[in-house]
Design a protein. Structure first.
Length: 282
């Protein structure tokens, strides 16, 4: 291991993280996992050479993926998380007192175990919460076979490479559709559109025939280099995305949830996309 970790997501461009100490490294049943102490981003986790999360900026990603759909819904009692083994998304979802049950489907138990040990602030005890049920398995198998529905479904997957690839396919989105309650909302990480434009356009093409409303929203996450991170949005309700600022502010204040990035005004503004993204979506 050199003193620098070079991410391998893009063929002709990369970013590097200075490594002060390797805390854990292993080839699990599904992927190569490394957690290291970096010079500027705290502890960092990478899977198959691609940065997944860092201590310093994880709150931006996890707050936007969790709170945007949950505050838009307003009364989500049952939530499904696909992926998210670092526990940060589960932590944010459980901050919503109206949420009664969260099922998290993670393909790799080792990711959960190592993140609880080496990135404990991500989950912050969420895996011990009695409202959370953890299922070790493949997300696409779960949504195509489960016999229950959810108010909100969140996909916190890796990029569409390796084990995460199936979570960007039409059969996966069809499974999401069958598992979503009336008025339900689906949100998913969808890459950095400036660097991965095909990922956004393909997701748009696959989601649009299945849902009454599809869209994308964005957040600037420094770790995910190359422009704004996009999040896919889909709902079987044509109005879930149209909550006004007063309604979102009321829900946010009443929740008592403290955030470092998300707020109601940002929620609304996040759906305003840069023109290059508007043109990609056609």
């Amino acid at each position: 291991m050199s003193e620098w970790f070079d991410e391998t997501l893009h063929d002709a461009y990369h970013q590097g993280f200075q490594v002060s100490e390797v805390l854990f490294e292993s080839k699990t049943e599904h992927q190569h996992l490394i957690i290291f102490e970096s010079g500027s981003f705290g502890r960092v986790m990478a899977l198959d050479g691609i940065i997944q999360t860092t201590e310093r900026d994880e709150f931006i990603y996890h707050e936007m993926l969790a709170h945007t759909p949950l505050f838009a819904h307003g009364n989500a009692k049952n939530v499904l998380i696909i992926g998210g083994g670092d526990g940060g998304l589960l932590r944010e979802v459980l901050k919503h007192s109206e949420v009664e049950h969260v099922v998290q489907v993670e393909i790799d138990q080792a990711v959960i175990d190592m993140c609880v040990k080496y990135l404990p602030n991500h989950s912050a005890g969420a895996y011990d919460n009695p409202r959370a049920k953890i299922v070790i398995g493949d997300g696409i198998d779960f949504v195509t076979q489960c016999d229950r529905q959810f108010d909100v479904i969140l996909s916190d997957s890796t990029d569409p490479i390796g084990p995460g690839e199936v979570l960007f396919t039409s059969p996966f989105y069809q499974g999401i559709q069958r598992c979503l309650k009336p008025g339900g909302i689906f949100a998913a990480q969808n890459g950095v559109a400036f660097m991965q434009p095909d990922e956004v356009s393909t997701t748009h093409q696959r989601l649009s025939p299945l849902f009454a409303d599809t869209a994308f929203y964005a957040a600037a996450v420094p770790t995910y280099i190359g422009g704004v991170m996009t999040f896919a949005w889909a709902s079987n309700s044509g109005t879930a995305r149209e909550q006004d600022l007063a309604t979102l502010t009321s829900r946010f204040v009443d929740s008592g949830i403290k955030t470092r990035y998300y707020n109601p005004a940002l929620h609304i503004g996040a759906f305003a996309l840069p023109q290059y993204l508007v043109e990609i979506l056609g």
